[in-house]
Design a protein around this ligand. Sequence first.
Ligand code: AKG
Length: 292
Amino acid sequence: MTDEYPWDIKAVPNFASAPAVDVEDGQRLDARTFQDRYVLQNGPCLIKGAIAQWPAFRRWADPDYVTSKIGNVDVQASCRPRMEGFGLRTPAEDEQASRMTADARLPARTVREWLPRLRTPDADVLFIELRPADAGVRTMGDDLASAGERFPFLPHPPRPRLFYSGWALMFYKNSYSDWHFHPGAEAIMCQVLGTKDVLLLPPTQESWDQIVPIHRTQWKVYDVDVTQAPAYRDIRPYHVVVEPGDGLFLPVNWWHAVQARPREFGITVPVTWDSPFRDLRQPATRHFLRTL
Ligand SMILES: O=C(O)CCC(=O)C(=O)O
């Protein structure tokens, strides 16, 4: 891990004693167990080898293959941590945060041009996100299933109806996604290439009180001024290492922060679907229902 960046997750309080989440074997986990033990209990798990059968897992390490599929797609890359926490601030502040996020984007280039830069093991921060609706990207989805099934334990995740696109492609180097949760959606963060460290916090009132005031006053939840946010000292996140081939189940409303291993090119595919789970005791659920 790195200490070159101000968002190094090793600096998060209590990182050294962070507990682990449940671990399942992606080829053995069955649909019923996944649903009953994790989705309906709103609990995370690391699924080893969840995407081991995807053609993407075999093919996308080859830049020539990726270039042959989406080399001509134009996309902007972000060169700073992803600004998160939208909807937690005032509308005017969110608009300013959106502008700052847009300003942190580099001019558009083709994927063919980005790939050599992404694969160069230097300290630049690069993050590219492509969605199936982006021109020329949808065919990459053919590589995200095996025998017509997305996962053995979740063959056909229902298409999300609200804000999410079902799947996306993230190409990155030295990236960091700040603390956020997915309102109304379940997600499996799949590592096609590269390893990521993920911190997780449950969707309790305590987590809300520890994180949300920092989003509101400091706008980012790294390099935190703890004199202004003393509750942050008490956060006790889970720590998960997600390796190539793994999927991390991120249940609705669970806070997470995601850091790439330094100087490593990676590809992440988040798979999302509408959550069947609503718990009004969770502040994130109440927040989500208010913003609908
Ligand atoms: O990998 C990242 O940086 C962001 C991934 C993420 O937060 C997600 O899949 O929900």
